[in-house]
Design a protein around this ligand. Sequence first.
Ligand SMILES: [Mn+2]
Length: 373
Amino acid sequence: MSQNNRKKIKSKGAPLKPHSKEFIFFSKTLAHAKRVLVSTHLLPDGDGLGAETALFHYLRKAKKSCKIINPDPLPNRYRFLDPKGTFLLGPKEAEIWESFDLWVIVDTNDPRRLGKLWDQYSPRAKRIIFLDHHPDIISANGDDIKYPEHTTLVSDTTSSSIGELLYHLFDELNLVPITKDIATGLYVSVMTDTNSFRYARTTPQAHRIAGEMIENGVNPEEVYQFIYSSKEVSHLQLLGVSLQNFKVAAQGRLAWISMDLETRKKYRASADDTQSFLNLLLLLKDAEVICLFREEENNTIRVSLKSKGRVIVNRIAMDLGGGGHAYAAGVALSMSLEKAIDTVTDRVKKLLDASVRFGPRVGAQLTTQDSPR
Ligand SMILES: [Mn+2]
């Protein structure tokens, strides 16, 4: 699609907000960088992986050296983004330069979510940029995370996805046209982080970007099939077990699924598998907050919290040492599964109770961003 048409589409929508000075700095740094490393968070999702794919193809096309390394391997359902397994690489799969111009870290602003990669690569990067749309972790809970001096946070909590931020970045840079490969990355990012255009932050802009990417060659049905119709028999059996056993409290306003390690192993379920079960609880009419409790190998319980949008849940995650968006947050707890369920559901019940008495905005302290992590 020509540049002319792209401008025409955008002019019909709401005017774009002016770019922040950090965003302009990112654009300039990227324009000058020759070697760029790109990474996303542990347990990578479609937003991070789609954004990485788009960046990789864009930078390669612009004749720059780009490599991707992630703290976790590529989940199978995203294999279609890199069918030959040449660039969306996990730890120890990629050989990284001794020194490089720029490390772009997408979909998080928390160095801890890079696992071992942070200590390994942060000293080797001349500049580190976090491209993110989550609330700032430092202002959120006064955490003692120290960013090295050569770090810049480029964040827009009103953005549906990292793909949306990259769309503006590519528009600003204007180095190469959007190819089908770049478009596929952007489409996957926007589609998965709006839960297929269902979340509150599904803006006209998110739809416009998706539409434009389809014009650039993306096949929506094919992408959908790859990401969502990719399950093994054992996955649906585990889903059956989970849905038989989910729990409801607070007059149906709270619902949760819990999964112990034994069950996960029996059905060979990955973390990525179980995460998708949580969204099914959103089908419940009365549920306002839904949770998933997943027992991990290292004696921790990974908790995901989601709100339909009346109450804000990231305060609960932050109080327990986690974080996230207002309506989608998470935390890892070092305790038994039963204890973790009690700890979190007690807090959610109190929150729901307070929201009845004091109104739905109780606990609101942060920006209201509702895409998932
Ligand atoms: Mn995201």
